[in-house]
Each structure stands twice: as structure tokens, then as C-alpha cells.
Design a binder for this molecule. Structure first.
Ligand code: TXA
Ligand code: MG
Length: 320
């Protein structure tokens, strides 16, 4: 075992917080059974209480350590998609801390697909809570530097896992209710899960959204106001602003005015997702008056990305 993993294990045993690379975004990890460590996670993120955390596990057999009345589909999904960007919400076992579940009777579980995370989880042998390692309402970090920027003085160690592969947070599927509920969109789409399971999956009703910060409009937002515009609308949209950043999937025009910064994002949804948060973070750092994002295809493959952008746009409209 590497000295770094040993150090991470010792810190976790001591109730400290560490930056954990996963395939989606970096997490702020702490021992899920240590009440004061879990409280420290909420404090570090400035996350309101009662918003539940995902418990990350390293082995399939650990599902039953946290959940009860587990439907057969949970094992089918876990065997197929884990380790990977799918979180399963199940009825919780009674020992699971209220701080972890937000006082609900369910627990969210996921096995992240990153070699360092898996090595750490295997060695730890118990669950780690790991919300995205950003201050509440801010952009999730997709590399170590972004974790330092968000929470550098709150973590004892950041495991250096490089740039995250997927780039946006896991899909969350509620299996505690029939029909199953898609609680958060992700790069594993509702269509794909419906096809895999051979059953319908519904979107959440209002009462299911209350305890899901990922479902609040204030999430994933840069500080700079963000607006979604039609393709090629940038010229018109930027007429009345002193400076703007434009996120587009087309190359910059040759006659771009100097007050505008052009960020070229990839054509394909998975590549776009991979770049999105790093690009938003970079766009935000330019302190422009506004960020314009050119509209994206309305297809299943783009749903999770669109979801994140709409939340970022919505939040700024509310606060300005
Ligand atoms: O990709 C991910 O899932 C990342 C990486 C680090 O694993 N983690 C992440 O955690 O996005 P966080 O805390 O930023 O988002 C967790 C989401 C929240 O929307 C929360 O409400 C939801 O999971 N959640 C957690 N437990 C839940 C539960 N019991 N019922 C419903 N939603 C739950
Ligand atoms: Mg988050």
C-alpha cells in the first residue's frame, strides 16, 4: 500500500476530511460512521443540515451493511454499473447516522470508479461520505487544484487523482419507491436505466425534492450570471454588456470583439460533460459581466448537462 493511502486511512480514522478523486467529481470524504467527522463535512461545505450525503463503498457486499429490504434490481444495477457513476437510494439500516440521511429513512450508496478511491475504500473496509468537494452552491471540482480553491484550508489531504473522467455528478436512482425515481440526472441516462431494468422510471414529485440539494436551483453555479442563449445569438446578446464569456461548440469567429472571450467546448455530450465544470470555473475567474452558454441539443444524451446548466442559469437569475 502506498504511503499516501496509509496517510489517508490514518486521517480518516482520526475523523479528518480528505479530498477524494472519483470518476465524476472530487468528493470531500469522511468516515460515514463518525458523527463528528460527518458534522465537519457539513461545516466545511457550509451545507445546510438535513441534506443527505452519499455513502461510498468499495465492495458490493457492503450494500447490506447500510441498507435493508434491498430489491433484486439493486444488485442487478450494482453488478452492472459499479464501480461507476450511479448512486442507489435504498431503505436504510437503523444504525445509519441521521446526519448522513438527513433524518430520512433512506441511504444513498455508490461505488466510485477511480483506482485511488477504490484502493482507499477497500483498505478502509467501511463507508465514506463524500459530497462534492465544493462550498455549498458552487461548482463541483474536477481536479485537485479546484478542490484546493474550494476547500483547501478544510482538508487534511487531497489524493492526487488527476482530472476526473466523467466531469459531472453521478446519476441518482431511488429504489425505495415503486416505480423507481430518477432523483438526479447523470451521464447514465434514464432511458438507459429503463432499458436495462425493463421498467419505467419516474421523475421526482415536489415532495421528493426537498431533501436533495442537487435538485435545488442554487446548485452548480458560478458567481458570474449565466444565461443560456440560442446558437449564434451571442452577437445580439453581448451588445449591452461590457464583457462576456461565450461557451460554444463552434469555433470562435475571426471578428470577435475584444470584450468577449470565446470558450470552445466539444461537440459530443460525454466530452462536453468532461470539460463543463473546468470551463465554467475558468469562465468565472475572468470576472466578466456575464457568461453566455449556447443552447444544447434536447436529446437524452444531453439531459444531465442541460440540467446542470439550467440550475446555474436559474440561480443567478434569482439572485440578481
Ligand atoms: O458523483 C457524485 O455523486 C459525487 C461524487 C463525489 O461521488 N458526489 C456528490 O455528492 O455529488 P453531493 O453531496 O454533492 O450530492 C449528493 C446528492 C444530493 O443531491 C443529495 O440530496 C442526494 O445525493 N442524496 C443523498 N442521500 C440521499 C437520500 N437518502 N435520498 C435522496 N437523495 C439523497
Ligand atoms: Mg454537490
Amino acid at each position: 500500500m502506498s504511503a499516501l493511502i496509509e496517510k489517508a486511512l490514518a486521517l480518516l480514522h482520526a475523523g479528518k476530511l480528505i479530498g477524494l478523486p472519483t470518476e465524476t467529481v472530487y468528493g470531500l470524504a469522511a468516515d460515514a460512521k463518525n458523527k463528528s467527522a460527518v458534522s465537519a463535512v457539513f461545516a466545511a461545505k457550509n451545507r445546510p443540515p438535513h441534506h443527505p450525503l452519499i455513502v461510498h463503498i468499495g465492495r458490493l457486499s457492503e450494500i447490506k451493511d447500510w441498507a435493508t429490504h434491498i430489491p433484486e434490481e439493486a444488485y442487478q444495477l450494482a453488478e452492472h454499473y459499479w464501480p461507476g457513476p450511479l448512486t442507489l437510494v435504498l431503505e436504510k439500516k437503523s444504525h445509519v447516522l441521521d446526519e448522513v440521511t438527513g433524518n430520512q429513512n433512506t441511504v444513498a450508496l455508490r461505488m466510485p470508479n477511480h483506482p485511488l478511491a477504490l484502493e482507499l475504500l477497500h483498505a478502509y473496509g467501511s463507508g465514506l461520505v463524500a459530497p462534492s468537494a465544493n462550498r455549498f452552491g458552487c461548482i463541483s471540482p474536477t481536479d485537485e487544484a479546484a478542490v484546493w480553491e474550494e476547500l483547501g484550508n478544510q482538508v487534511s489531504l487531497i489524493l492526487p487523482g488527476g482530472r476526473t473522467k466523467i466531469g459531472i455528478e453521478s446519476t441518482i436512482l431511488g429504489l425505495h419507491h415503486r416505480p423507481f425515481i430518477l432523483l438526479r440526472e447523470g451521464m447514465i441516462t434514464r432511458n438507459e436505466l429503463e432499458n436495462f431494468l425493463g421498467q419505467d422510471i419516474i421523475k421526482p414529485q415536489a415532495e421528493n425534492t426537498l431533501r436533495s440539494p442537487g435538485l435545488l436551483a442554487s446548485h452548480y453555479a458560478p458567481r458570474t450570471p449565466l444565461h443560456i442563449i440560442a446558437k449564434d445569438e451571442w452577437k445580439q446578446a453581448s451588445q449591452n454588456v461590457s464583457s462576456a464569456v461565450i461557451l460554444s461548440r463552434c469555433p470562435a469567429p475571426p471578428d470577435l470583439p475584444s470584450a468577449l472571450t470565446w470558450c470552445l467546448l466539444p461537440e459530443e455530450a460525454p466530452l462536453y460533460a468532461h470539460e463543463l465544470y473546468a470551463t465554467l470555473r475558468q469562465a468565472d475567474s475572468l470576472q466578466a459581466e456575464v457568461i453566455f452558454v449556447e443552447a444544447l441539443p434536447i436529446t437524452c444524451a444531453w439531459e444531465a448537462i442541460l440540467d446542470r446548466l439550467l440550475r446555474a442559469a436559474h440561480s443567478k437569475q434569482e439572485s440578481t
